[in-house]
Design a protein around this ligand. Structure first.
Ligand code: PMT
Length: 221
């Protein structure tokens, strides 16, 4: 039975993976499908929240009753999150946001030239949205949740990332070419800035989402 413990609350969830364009036909991207973020949006709506879902390049159907804001790049995702955050009781950043983007965008398709080596791609840093919204809370008491996608030293990297980002909760999950990305299931440890650690066993992405909302609801009350 779902408890309606988020009635009257507004939550912002980001989902999917940003794409950083090189030219009109190519981009740097990642393997996020959006499933974990959509599961968070669906479960929050089922618990009574008003939900804004900032969705980066996901092909999943919009969950019923959820306000979906489609975005492409990290810069667009930042704008959409900052626009929605001032009214939000909680922000959950499940999107896989590119840390870097190509320094230049070619207005026409980049062509290969006979007998010439390809031009190297120069990258520049993208804004760190999670660190920014954690440092400048749009509302007092707002609960901010990040995710950490790690391939090795998962928990140690997660603990360091929690400090660096300054969020209240960090969901640490292991990823790989065929792990977590695109799958129906996940497993994680949710680290709290208060030192708490909540393990979530392998299971549907909805189950992890419910645990995240339990921990958010505790912190909101
Ligand atoms: O979409 P699925 O296929 O279901 O896969 C789910 C998932 C693996 C994408 C998801 O569970 C997950 O781990 N999401 C976070 C991916 C990520 O970008 O991790 P990170 O460790 O690189 O970033 C840490 C946190 O900072 C994340 O909350 C991210 O949204 C945020 N971030 C990162 C970079 C940046 N420039 N700005 C950010 O806000």
């Amino acid at each position: 039975v779902t408890e309606p413990d988020l009635v009257g609350r507004h939550v912002v969830v980001s989902a999917g993976g940003t794409r950083e364009p090189l030219d009109p036909v190519r981009f740097l991207g990642n393997r996020s499908s959006g499933k974990q973020g959509y599961a968070l949006a669906r479960t929050a709506a089922a618990r009574g929240a008003r939900v804004t879902l900032v969705a980066a390049n996901s092909t999943l159907p919009a969950p019923a009753g959820v306000d979906v804001v489609p975005v492409g790049t990290a810069v667009e995702l930042r704008e959409a999150v900052l626009r929605a955050a001032p009214e939000a009781d909680a922000v959950v950043m499940a999107a896989a946001v590119a840390d870097f983007r190509p320094a230049a965008y070619a207005a026409g398709k980049i062509k290969k030239k006979d007998g010439q080596e390809p031009e190297p791609v120069t990258l520049v840093r993208n804004p760190d949205i999670l660190a920014e919204i954690s440092a400048d809370r749009a509302r007092p008491g707002q609960v901010i949740v990040g995710f950490a996608a790690e391939t090795d030293d998962v928990l140690a990297n997660g603990r360091a990332k929690l400090k660096r980002k300054g969020c209240d909760l960090l969901v640490v999950n292991e990823v790989g070419e065929r792990k977590t990305f695109g799958s129906e299931e996940n497993e994680a440890v949710v680290l709290g800035a208060d030192g708490s650690e909540t393990a979530v066993a392998h299971g549907p992405k909805e189950a992890l989402a419910e645990t995240v909302w339990d921990l958010v609801a505790e912190r909101l009350s």
